[in-house]
Design a protein around this ligand. Structure first.
Ligand code: GDP
Ligand code: GDP
Length: 453
């Protein structure tokens, strides 16, 4: 089931990132201390009453780069940026949370945002779409909570007074948020392997797509996107049905000039969320940029499998060490993805393009792999014998027993004396021990620690 995307919009300082952090689940433990991933978290998975969804802090998105840029109040393009973020959210999110500030009351910038949101909503089945919930944050006490009625004047409907800082009022808000989710999130789901081609603009996504489709003559049908702004292309490769999800947007072959599509963070997230495997394309002529790291972060956050494709390899001057140097640089800069395979390709000349789908399918297979309980416990026992977890308090972690509770992605439940004693580095050590036996190439694995009753 596709997880809905909820965008937080509002002018700076209203409390978007405070609310984001309150709603966001813990980042995947194995990426916890990795610079560049958690620091710039723009998207996170959240859950309320068993419904999972993604939240996006549009305040962190610079629409021109897709990266995290602080918006400074009073800067020349301040209003312009808020406007773009509101437009982005209303175009691409499933539900918008519009944040305002009870302490300052209604401001002209709030009016501006409200107007953009209202103007850009579509009417679907008699209702404005996407739904917008008006949040009046910093309503820390009764006075502010009653004062929230003032915000009716924005014309967005009933205000929800909350305190993101103290957590009050968020329950009612989340109840109504979940109720506002579109029912079509249970759409699609055929059995094809879903592969998303993601990367910053101009990296060569549509060139690759055209090649993959061109080389596999057996096109079933290019189906109109089940999701807005996406066109899925179905192909059959070695008897396996594959859906290629094109994040570059609606673009029939040859119809639109390459490289002109506007980059959209939310569109990339949506494609990643629908995919089993993401092909993360990197431009060999520019190297890894912050934007690449962001996209890698979304893939990890969504716990999808990955193949890194270093494209435009034809345009790089090479000696015997270039590929090796490049590989270690990528591993270093995306160091949280050291289990991810890297392929050097040229969508232009076709070099190694024939290896892309076989590799993606292998990664998908590993995503579905299972270790037996016997195998896993042997690995855990050996790892523990070789290296005990130590702790400052003198109490140390004991591992009793583990079992793989699911695949897609592989998830291991491990019973211990006290999960709090498991330091990040020890979890990483256990992960590496598992991967040494069974690599789970390209696939994140999850270790869930539980105290033994
Ligand atoms: P953003 O720019 O919209 O992401 O806003 P931040 O989340 O960075 O919050 C701006 C400031 O408002 C910070 O100093 C927060 O501590 C403060 N803040 C956020 N939520 C609340 C709240 O519920 N009550 C109060 N009193 N302050 C809050
Ligand atoms: P997209 O924006 O990611 O879909 O990128 P495009 O596929 O539109 O490609 C952007 C530009 O890069 C175009 O001018 C392509 O011709 C060029 N390009 C794409 N792949 C390669 C490649 O492998 N080598 C070289 N030299 N150029 C490429």
């Amino acid at each position: 089931m596709r997880k809905p995307i909820v965008a937080l919009v509002g002018r700076p300082n209203v409390g978007k990132s405070t609310l984001f952090n309150r709603l966001a689940g813990e980042p995947l433990a194995i990426v916890d201390d990795t610079p560049g991933t958690t620091r710039d978290r723009l998207m996170a998975e959240a859950e309320w009453n068993g419904r999972y969804f993604f939240i996006v802090d549009t305040g962190g998105i610079d629409p021109s780069t897709g990266g995290k840029e602080a918006l400074s109040v009073g800067s020349a393009d301040y209003i312009q940026q808020i406007r773009q973020q509101a437009e982005l959210a209303i175009r691409e999110a499933d539900v918008v949370l519009f944040l305002t500030d009870a302490i300052t009351g209604v401001t002209p910038a709030d009016q501006e945002v409200a107007q953009i949101l209202r103007r850009n909503q579509k009417i679907i089945e008699g209702k404005p779409h996407p739904p917008v919930l008006l949040v009046v944050n910093k309503a820390d006490n009764q006075t502010f909570r009653s004062g929230a009625a003032e915000f009716y004047e924005l014309g967005i409907g009933e205000p929800y007074p909350i305190s993101a800082l103290h957590g009050t009022g968020t329950g009612d808000l989340l109840d109504d948020l979940v109720a506002a989710f579109p029912s079509d999130t249970e759409e699609e789901e055929d059995d094809s392997v879903k592969i998303a081609i993601v990367g910053k603009p101009n990296v060569g996504k549509s060139s690759l797509l055209n090649r993959l489709v061109g080389e596999e003559r057996a096109i079933v049908s290019p189906i109109a996107g089940t999701t807005r702004d996406a066109v899925d292309t179905k192909i059959v490769f070695e008897d396996i049905e594959i859906t290629l999800i094109d994040t570059a947007g609606i673009r029939r072959r040859g119809k639109i000039e390459p490289g002109v599509e506007k980059y959209s963070v939310i569109r990339s997230m949506r494609a990643i969320e629908r995919a089993d495997v993401a092909l993360l394309m990197i431009d060999a002529t520019t190297g890894i940029t912050a934007q690449d790291a962001h996209i890698a972060g979304y893939i990890l956050e969504a716990q999808k499998s990955t193949v890194v494709l270093v494209n435009k390899w034809d345009a790089v001057e090479k000696d015997n060490f270039t590929m090796q140097n490049y590989t270690s640089r990528i591993r270093q800069e995306l160091n949280f993805m050291d289990f991810v395979p890297i392929l050097f390709i040229s969508a232009k000349t076709g070099q190694r393009v024939d290896q892309v789908l076989p590799l993606a399918l292998r990664v998908q297979e590993e995503r579905l792999a299972r270790l037996t309980t016997g195998q896993l416990n042997r690995i855990l026992q050996n790892a523990q014998d070789a290296h005990h977890a130590t702790s400052r308090t003198g109490k140390s972690l004991r591992i009793y027993y583990g079992t793989q509770v699911r695949s897609d992605p592989p998830t291991f439940l491990i019973y211990v004396n006290d999960p709090k004693l498991a330091h990040f580095t020890y979890l990483r050590y256990l992960e590496n021990a598992i991967r040494k036996e069974y690599p789970f190439t390209g696939t994140p694995i999850r270790l869930v620690l539980k105290p033994r009753r």
